[in-house]
Design a protein around this ligand. Structure first.
Ligand SMILES: NC(=O)c1ccc[n+]([C@@H]2O[C@H](COP(=O)([O-])OP(=O)(O)OC[C@H]3O[C@@H](n4cnc5c(N)ncnc54)[C@H](OP(=O)(O)O)[C@@H]3O)[C@@H](O)[C@H]2O)c1
Length: 224
């Protein structure tokens, strides 16, 4: 039986790559994408739902149940305007998505977090991501996969000078990301999306954390 996926963040760098893969994959017959605007993608199994993120967990979906839920939501503090607004998206909306997935009986939740996520971190970004992970664990879904990428590579429509500068610095240093530094190696959004698809197909019960150095670039080249 083809599975039903629920996706949030499908207009983003990782989310758009993920949605493309899910729509092309024989294991999923239906993909429900929740967002505040259309994904811009098309496919026979795609169902798009415009939602109010402040009331995401009560959203009505055009299906009775979902199998796998994928969350690629996120913003930046600069875009959000404040730490509180950043936390609303990167923690509270993600947790609301987890609750929505649970309401529709999801067996698996896969979420993009970030390297060094830690609920007690002194770094605001890492702390928000860590608290989001902790809150999701509290939902006790049958299976939770947390993917923690390092710096993301991929073509963005918007300009992010800080991210672009970090990538420009990291590129010529690629040869240094070995041994204990391997986990800092930037990863492509395509590889993150491919990892999420593969983990969804393989996920057992409980919580699984995929660190950045377990996100394999060659996975992004293989047909799904
Ligand atoms: N950038 C990096 O180097 C990096 C590194 C490690 C981890 N991460 C994490 O990886 C995840 C995916 O990153 P990405 O670069 O693919 O993200 P992205 O391209 O910025 O996309 C983010 C998604 O979240 C949605 N979103 C943002 N603000 C929203 C709001 N206020 N209400 C509703 N939806 C909202 C966007 O929808 P709209 O299109 O409607 O705005 C979009 O679909 C994020 O959680 C990010 O923190 C990023």
């Amino acid at each position: 039986m083809p599975r039903t996926a629920l996706v949030a963040g499908a207009t983003g760098l990782v989310g758009s790559a993920l949605l493309r893969r899910l729509l092309a994959h024989p294991s999923w017959g239906r993909v429900v994408s929740v967002g505040r605007r259309p994904s811009g993608q098309a496919g026979p199994g795609l169902l798009e739902v415009e939602v109010d993120f402040d009331d995401l967990e009560s959203a009505e979906l055009p299906v009775t149940a979902v199998d796998d839920a994928f969350c690629c939501l996120g913003t930046t503090r600069k875009k959000a305007g404040s730490l509180e607004a950043f936390e609303r998206v990167d923690r509270h909306y993600v947790v609301a998505f987890g609750r929505l997935a649970k309401r529709f009986g999801a067996l698996r939740l896969l979420v993009v977090s970030a390297m060094l996520a830690d609920p007690e971190s002194g770094n605001d970004y890492a702390r928000v991501k860590g608290r989001m992970e902790r809150d999701l664990e509290g939902l006790a879904l049958p299976s939770l996969t947390v993917v923690r990428p390092s710096l993301l590579l991929g073509k963005r429509r918007e300009s992010r000078p800080l991210e672009a500068a970090s990538i420009a610095v990291a590129r010529p240093l690629a040869g240094l990301f070995v041994g204990p530094l391997k986990r800092f190696r930037p990863v492509t959004a395509e590889a993150v999306a491919a990892t999420m698809v593969r983990r969804a197909l393989a996920a057992g019960e409980g919580v699984e954390v995929v660190e950045s150095d377990d996100i394999r670039e060659r996975e992004s080249c293989r047909p799904e």
